[in-house]
Design a protein around this ligand. Structure first.
Ligand SMILES: [Zn+2]
Length: 226
């Protein structure tokens, strides 16, 4: 009988602790994503895709801020911040211009395995549309999942794929149709590694070299044509 009040007391402490924990918790690490849209995706579809991607990354404990580039409000000419990456939306090149690895891909990322990070991810919008139509699934959801997958590569600093979950390398039409939640999740280990990457990036002082095109002028072009 004596042990009961003690257990109740302990449980009450835990309960109070949990209720009080949100204010004590640190904010989730934040990743800023510059989105360059070379295709002209409708704002509604793009925002929906971004919301899907942000939801996946939020589940991994990462907050995403989207930065539309360039826009009326933001010319995006400043160098990338340490915790900033680029996602560009393009249509796929013709088959003659891509390697077999990229021939069917929905996107790809450039990753520096030694640095353990990437800066640039590319999404092939036309292939997203075609795949979604072929599988009869919502395009913006597939779009968002592809964005989250490529951002995952940038955060993990790995070009390799997982056996299952969002970071697997092959997505089948059946999987898209079945829409099983576990097929679109980041594993606990991956989420932890992504958050750790962001923490490391935040402490880094090195930034990518900013390459400007200010030396390319009409005069230079004229000289070259002579
Ligand atoms: Zn991949």
């Amino acid at each position: 009988m004596r042990s009961r009040p003690a257990r109740a007391f302990a449980a009450g402490l835990v309960f109070i602790g949990l209720r009080g924990s949100p204010t004590a918790q640190a904010a989730p690490p934040r990743l800023t994503v510059r989105v360059y849209d070379a295709v002209g995706v409708s704002p509604r579809e793009r925002h929906s895709a971004e919301a899907h991607a942000a939801g996946i990354l939020k589940d991994a404990g990462i907050a995403v801020a989207w930065r539309e580039c360039p826009s009326e409000l933001d010319d995006c000419v400043a160098p990338l911040e340490a915790t900033e990456v680029i996602v560009r939306l393009v249509n796929s090149p013709g088959r003659a211009f891509v390697t077999d690895d990229l021939a069917d891909s929905l996107g790809y990322s450039l990753v520096d395995a030694e640095e353990g990070r990437g800066w640039l991810a590319t999404i092939f919008v036309d292939r997203i549309d075609r795949t979604a139509r072929g599988a009869n699934v919502t395009g913006s959801r597939l779009f968002g999942r592809a964005i989250a997958h490529e951002i995952g590569h940038l955060l993990l600093g790995l070009p390799t794929h997982a056996q299952r979950g969002l970071m697997r390398g092959r997505w089948t039409a059946d999987q898209l149709r079945q829409n099983a939640p576990w097929d679109w999740l980041v594993s606990r280990e991956e989420a932890s590694a992504m958050r750790e990457s962001l923490a490391v990036w935040r402490r880094q002082t090195t930034r990518p070299i900013l390459i400007t095109a200010s030396d390319i002028t009409a005069d230079n072009l004229d000289d070259g044509a002579r």
